[in-house]
Design a protein around this ligand. Structure first.
Ligand code: DX5
Ligand code: ZN
Length: 228
């Protein structure tokens, strides 16, 4: 299995996003995770398509756009045009999930569904088979720098098992409170994409922090292979 690291620019200096992305690249980042918040679904407000477009000009890494917004359908095309490669939408905020996921795929992007900490794994029963990835929130969405919810490890394993049963190889992504202390554990449970904001951009040396997270994550990978 390949573990990918997706630094979240939410914890970066918004006045110097180009520098942040370049540091993440030098540290070996695989994706750039972009947190879009609307002040309705989540209490915080962040950024929209113009910033995604600006990021796409300064990096060739895929942009992983995490929509924490209501009415996601209204904005899918704008994010696709701005240069997103992956778009994920929350199960809790998206009433016509199958339609939204189909639309993301029609736009030529990878489509993911996000589950909040209190959302049960079973909501993926009907939609899991058509997803390109599943994003497990290991904090309540809205802010960077929150503590990792330990129960998320079992949730990753349960989602991996559910996807395997469906014959889906879609990777499980995990987001919230990820750092070198828990990276190996979530990878051992089946996570293949690790999002990290404060553990990378909250440090004095984001290049080193990206590298350190990759190494910590890789040390969890063989354990999962052993357990099949
Ligand atoms: C939280 C966001 C996360 C956030 C993670 O709602 O979805 O992507 O940036 O930040 P850390 O890694 O600091 O928990
Ligand atoms: Zn996120």
């Amino acid at each position: 299995m390949t573990v990918r690291v997706a630094p979240s620019i939410l914890s970066a200096d918004f006045a110097a996003l180009g520098d942040a992305v370049s540091a993440a690249e030098r540290g070996g980042a695989d994706l750039i995770h972009v947190d879009v918040m609307d002040g309705h679904f989540v209490p915080n407000i962040t950024i929209g398509p113009p910033v995604v477009r600006a990021l796409s000009r300064v990096t060739s890494l895929p942009l992983d756009v995490h929509l924490m917004i209501e009415n996601a359908d209204r904005y899918l095309e704008a994010f696709a045009e701005a240069g997103a490669s992956m778009i994920s939408v929350h199960q809790e905020a998206t009433p016509h999930l199958h339609r939204t996921v189909s639309r993301i795929k029609e736009l030529g992007l990878r489509a993911g569904v996000v589950l909040n900490p209190a959302t049960p794994v079973g909501v993926l029963e009907e939609i899991g088979g058509v997803l390109d990835f599943v994003l497990v929130m290991s904090v309540n969405p809205g802010f960077g720098g929150q503590a990792f919810i330990p129960r998320s490890v079992e949730k990753v394993a349960a989602i991996r098992a559910l996807l395997d049963r469906m014959g889906s190889g879609a990777p499980v992504e995990i987001d919230g409170g990820i750092d070198v202390s828990n990276a190996a554990r979530v990878v051992a449970a089946g996570a293949e994409i690790l999002v990290a904001g404060s553990a990378i951009f909250g440090t004095a040396d984001p290049v080193h922090a990206t590298r350190a997270l990759r190494e910590a994550a890789a040390s969890g990978a063989p354990a999962r292979a052993r357990h099949g």
